[in-house]
Design a protein around this ligand. Structure first.
Ligand code: GLC
Length: 808
């Protein structure tokens, strides 16, 4: 079955009955959320747990109303109709349906009963309002005598979890009031008592409202035995009751009479759903987006933002699906993960305390530094401010209150109450940011550590550089009996939670890479002694890893608290883990011979046609010693599933070892754009990466879930642009070191680095995988060493042409 296709920078859904809801993001976490492909809308302001606006329950069936919709009601001749231009919740037959997933907007097209509607949903940049810009045209040959347009939202309590846990207190706090009179431009204000400050939601439009409804019982009618498919308040051309509830399940519904509509005639109604401190004070904002020109200008500004963001890196390779991903869909997803971390998606529901993850967001930052350096820096500051004085880090924080927690560790008291990895990601993220931007001044910025006194004042601050050094020092001093770093509650793999004393090779590898990154930075800062010290740390860790961590064919993943190895051929389940191999190479810990063997072992034991599994074989029963990983059946999620986040690390490792064929094969087999061909197996959106695909031990092999918010986005983007295409920005210049499938003739990349443009052409006449033979910058030869070219940074602020030739 086909549900849609790619067109320009959009994905066009043409059949609304997709296997699961497919979504798109509008706005940012400051104000925004997602809109699904049938118009359902989940929006919040600042935080989906503490300030949620619409009630969108993803677990309800796809046919159900979720958060928001529009109804069209009318009559043409003797035919009456009531339907939604979003298809849900009326589920009617239609002549044409389209949902265009765009950059920051979704556009819906519906043709039915000779009426064509086009609705664009988006959030004007920096504003706290989501617009539904509706155009309705009579495409029939006779007049539509009666035509009513009725936007409807259902509100959530601001406290999203309370909404689901209390059905008396919540409705007792919810009130709605109309501002303005029926017959004119009316604002329907919705309000609840909120602990974290005052806020009012509003629903309004730029067309006269003849009546409104704000109480769900009245809207659905008959004590709610009316349904969203057929609300009783909409039968027989009735008007709404204009009732202003002081309790209840609050909705907002506005009746607009937009008919009659002569053949060819069109109306444009702009619906606003927003949140402000006070509607009275916000009237200028509300007035502004009643003007079509203002809406058009805001839309154009948003498009300009995306163009600018994407333009910093555009490529042309022999593979159009690779290009479509790398030029548009992958970097778009990276921007979305930067905004939302793992907080709010169709799968990660934004309730409770999860908030922004230090580990997750540090990785997200790495992919957007070139396109959105300002946002990246802002987020880095927040991430560093939840680091602790001892160098380790809190695990996650609420973006509104900046209150941080130790995540799931809190639930298991007999396990360590810190994560072994969080703080080390900070090192990667900051080093990456600095190299890309050249913003060395950031290293001097004072940022507080998380610990506070009774008044809430930070106990200590330090410069960013010292934050990084403390991170490294924490792990250097936190090793177990084999000299390998302690696991803590978990490393990257959240679901293996071993008892106190367990050691993690993933953290050993992370540590070595962090030490080398920091050494490179110290070199650049002229601090030779520190650079040497950190390099010696990395060398020492490498020695230990190779002494105790080699299993004969691959590297071990953990030592349990009692010293027994995990990820070893001696284990019955979980014999080999992917990350232990890829990261051994990425970190420089693997010796060349072992690196090759370890990566071959991944290919032999862990690769499938839908991607690389995280480990194998899957655990087949619950084992409290191992923890969460054994709660999944074999083949699911971290238990032998294709956990996509780990795939790009293997791609990077293969590139580092010069195996371009394999790196490309691994990239291509998980490229979501190709999933369009097997969408009934894959099920989730083909325009973004998902977090997990069921592995070949599972009967539903190939099924994807948890789309959008995954570190896969950032790392896939880095793998494609910095390792396959091989363009990396370092402290001392731009390294060009591609690792291609040998059949490629070459590629082109237009890349903006520190304010200047580089037009890079790579030719591969001898069809090799790797090895720069010669390179020119504006016609002059530049240094090539070790098979890579290094372009010095521009000092004149002009555009450059780089020509690279690969060869044996
Ligand atoms: C989820 C978490 C991430 C973790 C990964 C592997 O994606 O968000 O933090 O690293 O699972 O367990």
């Amino acid at each position: 079955m086909s549900y849609g296709h790619f067109e320009g920078r959009e994905y066009v859904i043409t059949n609304p009955r997709t296997p699961v809801k497919w979504i798109n993001y509008v706005g940012t976490i400051d104000f925004g959320g997602f809109v699904d492909h049938t118009g359902g809308l989940l929006v919040c302001k600042g935080d989906p747990a503490l300030n949620r606006i619409t009630k969108y329950i993803t677990q309800l069936p796809s046919s159900e109303f979720k958060g928001s919709t529009i109804y069209l009601r009318g009559r043409r001749g003797d035919r009456s109709f009531l339907y939604s231009p979003y298809y849900v919740p009326t589920l009617h037959e239609y002549d044409r349906y389209e949902c265009r997933i765009g950059l920051g907007y979704s556009r819906f097209l519906m043709e039915y009963v000779g009426i064509r509607t086009e609705i664009t949903v988006f959030v004007p940049e920096g504003e706290s309002v989501v617009l539904q810009d509706v155009r309705i045209r009579n495409t029939g040959s006779d007049t539509v005598e009666v035509l009513d347009l009725i936007p409807v939202v259902e509100y959530s309590h601001f406290d999203a979890l309370k909404q689901l846990t209390n059905a008396d207190w919540v409705p007792q706090t919810m009130t709605s009031k109309a501002i303005g009179r029926p017959g004119g431009l009316l604002v329907l204000r919705q309000c609840a008592f909120m602990q974290t400050g005052r806020a009012e939601n509003f629903l309004t439009s730029n067309s006269p409202v003849s009546s409104f409804e704000a109480d769900r019982r009245r809207f659905l009618g008959e004590n709610e035995y009316g349904t969203w498919k057929m609300p009783f308040s909409l039968v027989d051309g009735r008007e709404f009751s204009n009732y202003e509830p002081l309790r209840g399940d609050n909705v907002g519904a506005l009746m607009h009479h937009v008919g009659p509509l002569a053949p060819g005639e069109e109306r444009r109604v702009i619906v606003q759903l927003g949140q402000v401190e006070s509607v009275e004070k916000a009237m200028p904002l509300i007035e502004r987006f009643r003007e079509p020109e203002e809406v058009d200008a805001a839309f154009a500004r948003m498009q300009a933002f995306w163009e600018e963001y994407l333009n910093v890196c555009q490529v042309e390779t022999p593979d159009p699906e690779f290009d479509l991903l790398v030029n548009t869909h992958n970097p778009r997803q990276c921007y979305v993960t930067l905004n939302w971390s793992r907080y709010l998606s169709y799968y990660q529901l934004g309730y409770g305390a999860r908030g922004i993850g230090v580990r997750d967001s540090s990785q997200d930052v790495m992919a957007v530094v070139a396109g959105a350096p300002g946002r990246a820096k802002k987020l880095l500051r927040k991430l560093l401010s939840v680091q602790k004085r001892n160098g380790s880090s809190m695990h996650q924080f609420n973006p509104k209150t900046m209150e941080a927690t130790m995540g799931d560790a809190r639930e298991m008291e007999d396990r360590p109450q810190y994560y072994g990895d969080d703080h080390l990601w900070l090192v990667f993220a900051v080093c990456h940011y600095i190299a890309e931007t050249g913003d060395y001044a950031f290293l001097e910025e004072e940022i507080p550590f998380y610990e506070k006194d009774k008044e809430g004042r930070p106990l200590e601050s330090a410069r960013v550089l010292e934050h990084l050094e403390r991170a490294l020092a924490f792990t250097w001093n936190d090793t177990g009996v084999h000299g390998i770093p302690h696991l803590g509650f978990a490393d990257w793999n959240d679901t293996v939670n071993l008892k106190i004393g367990a050691e993690s090779f993933f953290i050993a590898h992370q540590f070595s890479k962090a030490a080398r990154d920091l050494a490179d930075l110290m070199d650049h800062l002229g601090k030779k002694e520190k650079a040497e010290t950190y390099r010696s740390y990395a060398e020492e860790m490498k020695r230990r890893v190779n002494e105790v961590g080699w299993d004969g064919e691959w590297y071990l993943r953990y030592f349990d608290w009692d010293g027994s190895p995990i990820g070893s051929r001696g284990n019955v389940h979980g014999k080999i883990y992917t990350n232990a191999q890829s990261w051994a190479v990425i970190s420089g810990n693997a010796t060349p011979e072992r690196a090759r063997k370890a990566l071959d072992a991944v290919y032999t034991h862990l690769n499938t046609r839908y991607g690389i599994k995280l480990s194998t074989p899957g655990y087949d029963h619950y084992d409290p010693n191992l923890g969460g990983v054994t709660t999944y059946p074999p083949g699911a999620k971290e238990n032998g599933g294709i956990f996509l986040h780990a795939n790009p690390w293997v791609i990077i490792a293969e590139c580092m070892m010069g195996n371009g064929e394999r790196a490309y094969q691994y990239h291509r087999q998980v490229n979501p754009i190709k999933k369009n061909e097997i969408i009934d197996i894959y099920e989730v959106e083909p325009y973004v990466f998902c977090q997990n695909i069921l592995g070949d031990e599972h009967p539903q092999f190939g099924l994807g879930r948890n789309s959008w918010l995954t570190g896969t986005a950032s790392w896939m983007y880095q793998a494609a642009t910095q390792y396959i295409l091989g363009v990396r920005v370092t402290h001392s210049g731009i390294v060009i070191d591609p690792c291609l499938p040998s059949e490629w003739e070459g590629f082109r990349m237009r890349r903006k680095v520190r304010g200047t443009w580089y037009e890079i052409t790579v030719r591969n006449p001898e069809h090799v995988s790797r090895g720069v033979q010669s390179c020119t910058l504006d016609g002059e030869a530049v240094e090539v060493s070790g098979g890579a070219a290094r372009i010095p940074f521009d000092t004149e602020g002009k555009d450059h042409v780089v020509e690279v030739i690969l060869g044996a």
